[in-house]
Design a protein around this ligand. Structure first.
Ligand code: PLP
Length: 391
C-alpha cells in the first residue's frame, strides 16, 4: 500500500457508531465492571482512546513499536531525558533546537548529566567524542536553521557499538520524508506543532520507540510524570496527519523553487537547502530523505543583522512568526527569535550568523512566494540599511 493510502486507512472508523471521524473522548475516568476489570481504559492520564489512535498512527508512520503523545515537543524530549541518570552523557548535534539546548543545559546538567556538542555531519567527530559513558546520541537532521544533514545509519552503527541509544528529532523532515527507525535509530521525537499538526493551531509532541522494552519504559515515564496530550489536541493532530504527504510534497516542491530563486539572486549571499547540489551533504540528503522539505535559510549580501530583521518585516505572504511547517508561509530571524536562548558563541560556531533568515514554505503557490521574496529583497536593497543591529 502506498504512503497516503496507508495513512488515511490507518485511522480506524469508530467500531461503536461507524463515525468516520475519530470520536473525542473527553473524559477523566472510565466506569469499571469490577475493580480492575475494564475495557482497556481506567484513568485518562494513563490512557485515552482518542490519544491512543494518534499514538498508534505515529508508531505506524515511523515504523516503530509504540507511539506516545505529549503536551508539546519539549515534553516528549523531556521524557526521553528521564531515561538517564547522574553521570550519563549525551552526545548531541551542535546546532540543536534552542529549546532542547535550554532543557539540556539549564535543567538536566544540574542533575549531573553531561552534554557534549559536536558537528555530527562529520562522522569522525562522533567517533572521537563517543565513549562508554555516552547513553544517548541526539540528532536533528535536517537541523534548525542551517539545514545540516547527519548520516543516521552510519551514526547509529557507531552508537550501538557503545550501547548508546540514538534519538532523532524528526520534526523538520516528518515521516513523510524520512524514517529514522528504518535507518537504525532507537527513538524518534517530534514537535507535532510543526508538520504533523500542519496548521499552526496547536502545540503537541510525539515520540516513537523502536521496540517493546524501550516503549514500555517511556510509557512508564510518561504516565509517572503526567506529560500527556489532551483529547481535542490529539484529534486535531490526527486530522493534521491525514494530509501530511499532500502538504509536505507541495512544500518540498516550493522549497526547491524558492531555494533556486534565492541562489540566483544578486542580493543573496549563502543559501542553505539540502536540495541544492551546492549543499555539503546533498548526496546524503538525497539518499536519506524522500524530498528536501520546505525550510530554507539564507543570508543577504548586505550582511548585517539590521537588514535581515527589516527583510522579515518586508515580506507580505511570509508572515513573521516563530514556528514552521504550517499551511501558511512563515519567516523568522533565528538570532533574535528561535535561537535567542542559545549563547552567542555556540550560535555563531554552529553557523547561525546574525544576518541569517529562515523561511518555512506553506502551501501557497511557489510563484507567489517567490514574487513576495523578490519584492522584499528589492525593498531592502533600495533602502540599504547600513546600521548594524546590536545583538
Ligand atoms: C519546535 C521544535 C521543538 C519543540 O517543540 P514544541 O512543540 O514547541 O515544544 C523541538 N524540536 C524541533 C526541531 C522544533 O522545531
Amino acid at each position: 500500500m502506498q504512503e497516503a493510502t496507508k495513512i488515511i486507512h490507518s485511522i480506524p472508523v469508530d467500531p461503536q457508531t461507524g463515525s468516520i471521524s475519530v470520536p473525542i473522548y473527553q473524559t477523566a475516568t472510565f466506569v469499571q465492571e469490577a475493580p480492575g476489570v475494564n475495557k482497556g481504559f481506567d484513568y485518562a492520564r494513563s490512557n485515552n482512546p482518542t490519544r491512543q489512535v494518534l499514538e498508534n498512527l505515529i508508531a505506524k508512520l515511523e515504523n516503530g513499536h509504540r507511539g506516545l503523545a505529549f503536551a508539546s515537543g519539549l515534553a516528549a524530549i523531556d521524557t526521553v531525558l528521564k531515561l538517564l541518570k547522574t553521570g550519563d552523557e549525551i552526545l548531541a548535534v551542535d546546532d540543536l533546537y534552542g529549546g532542547a539546548f535550554r532543557l539540556f543545559t539549564q535543567v538536566y546538567e544540574k542533575f549531573g548529566i553531561k552534554i557534549r556538542y559536536v558537528d555530527t555531519t562529520e562522522i569522525q567527530n562522533v567517533t572521537e567524542a563517543i565513549s562508554t559513558r555516552t547513553k544517548l546520541v541526539w540528532l536533528e537532521t535536517p537541523t534548525n536553521p542551517t539545514l545540516k544533514i547527519s548520516d543516521i545509519k552510519a551514526i547509529s552503527r557507531i552508537a550501538h557499538q557503545y550501547k548508546a541509544l540514538v534519538v532523532v528529532d524528526n520534526t523538520f523532515a516528518s515521516p513523510a520524508l524520512q524514517r529514522p527507525l528504518d535507518l537504525g535509530a532507537d527513538i524518534v521525537v517530534h514537535s507535532a506543532t510543526k508538520y504533523l499538526g500542519g496548521h499552526s493551531d496547536l502545540i503537541a509532541g510525539l515520540l516513537v520507540a523502536r521496540d517493546e522494552t524501550l516503549g514500555d519504559r517511556l510509557k512508564f515515564l510518561q504516565n509517572a510524570a503526567g506529560n500527556i496530550l489532551a483529547p481535542f489536541d490529539s484529534w486535531l493532530t490526527i486530522r493534521g496527519i491525514e494530509t501530511l504527504p499532500l502538504r509536505v510534497e507541495k512544500q518540498s516542491r516550493s522549497g526547491l523553487k524558492v531555494a533556486q530563486f534565492l541562489l540566483q539572486s544578486d542580493l543573496v549571499d549563502k543559501v542553505h537547502y539540502p536540495g541544492l547540489p551546492s549543499h555539503k551533504n546533498y548526496e546524503l540528503a538525497k539518499r536519506q530523505q524522500k524530498h528536501f522539505g520546505g525550510i530554507i535559510s539564507f543570508s543577504l549580501k548586505d550582511d548585517n543583522a539590521y537588514s535581515a530583521v527589516k527583510f522579515t518585516q518586508a515580506t507580505k505572504l511570509f508572515k513573521l512568526a516563530e514556528s514552521l511547517g504550517g499551511v501558511k508561509s512563515l519567516v523568522c530571524h533565528p538570532a533574535s527569535m528561535t535561537h535567542k536562548s542559545t549563547p552567542v558563541d555556540i550560535r555563531r560556531a554552529a553557523g547561525i550568523q546574525d544576518s541569517l533568515i529562515r523561511l518555512s514554505c506553506g502551501i501557497e503557490d511557489a510563484e507567489d512566494l517567490i514574487d513576495d521574496l523578490d519584492q522584499a529583497l528589492q525593498l531592502i536593497h533600495q533602502k540599504k540599511y547600513a546600521v548594524s543591529f546590536a545583538n
